[in-house]
Write a protein that binds this ligand. Sequence first.
Ligand code: SF4
Length: 451
Amino acid sequence: MRKEWMTLATKPVPRYTSYPTAAQFQDDIPDTLTEQWISSIGPNEPISVYVHVPFCEQLCWYCGCHTTVPNGYTRIGRFVDMLLEEIKLWKAKLPEHGGGVHLHFGGGTPNALNADDMLRVLDALREAFCIQDHAEISVELDPRTLGPDMIHALAAGGVTRASLGVQDFNRTVQEAINRVQPFLLVEGAVEALRKAEINAINFDLLYGLPHQTTESVAKSAELAASLNPDRISAFGYAHVPWFAKHQRAIDERHLPGSEARFAQYHALGETLVACGYTQIGLDHFAKEDDELSLALSKGQLHRNFQGYTTDTCRTLIALGPSGISEFPGGFAQNAKDIRAYSEAIKAGKLALNRGVPRTRDDRLHGAVIERLMCDLSVDVAKVCMAFDEPVSHFAGAFERLRELQALGLCHVEGSKVTVFDDARILLRNVAQCFDAYSTQAMPEKRHAKAV
Ligand code: SF4
């Protein structure tokens, strides 16, 4: 990495999976406001649905997700009861809409549910949100706890895509993060899913973990590609032990520094591209004929809380503790604490308790940031035109970009900004120039470092 990029690499930056980002969310968002956002869904408007399952069999020490270890099925069973109630509440609240076209289960570990409960939840969601026949139904899965009964239930429930947490195949790395899963186990899970005709497969890989080297991440990427998944995400491990307390179990002496992380990011990317994958945005890879690659080539790629997506819905309904719903008017998050979430549902109320309205100005800034995060390039004047705003609205952003251009991160020509391929890892630093909130005082440790 160029020496002059070091300050940028260690700067905390948002992931820009939403705008405004979660750092702008406020407590106690009024019900009247969220009701207004919900009622604004149009009668023919398709919607997306997300379900957060906040349980895992054991904690991986790198994990930054909202999850807990339940020690037995009783708590999970109670959660399923709440989830079924929450589904009914949403069904009663939603105005007429165009049906669900994307349904995604994340967590936590969705396969912490038993097979019968997974089928019950899938059936209830299908009915309540009018999930369309051709909808994409995707589930994040932990291959270590994925049994044949769950695969059968997923297939019977119409699941079309499985996303497997892989992270790294090196045993030393796996032991250092408390997630040991041999290659053969992942290979077996993929074979069983394909046999059940769940053919769209995603893998998650990580770089920046303890003991990882450029050689080891390249080897893991090669092994991952040998199983021929359609999509691979390659995220940088975000070490935020002040926020995710269990990350304190990670021995910081074995964590790679910014320069090593930069080299690992490139080694991973080069390996996957050499294996036939198209690099997408900051951290995704997809087969050339995958819908994600096609959306990229058409300038139709999008970014939401699940990362890069082909989903074009304006409305995302999120269920489960900590789930974040998205509406044109704003973002609304469910209570994170399972008890607070359950109390709201038992009282017959949605569990939305945090969020932020999205103004017209937010939508404009968000549109510029989204194009940059997806395409590595944005014609700001073109986006402004759609909002009937002069490009001078972003005079301050172009001023901030001058420094990044001088550092060789991007090229500015007229109103067009293009991020150089070798500076892709610093894409969020460029996007931050268009973030109207980034100049506001922000707690120092709110975001992970850029690299
Ligand atoms: S990484 Fe996945 S499986 Fe591991 S603790 Fe986090 S959510 Fe659970």
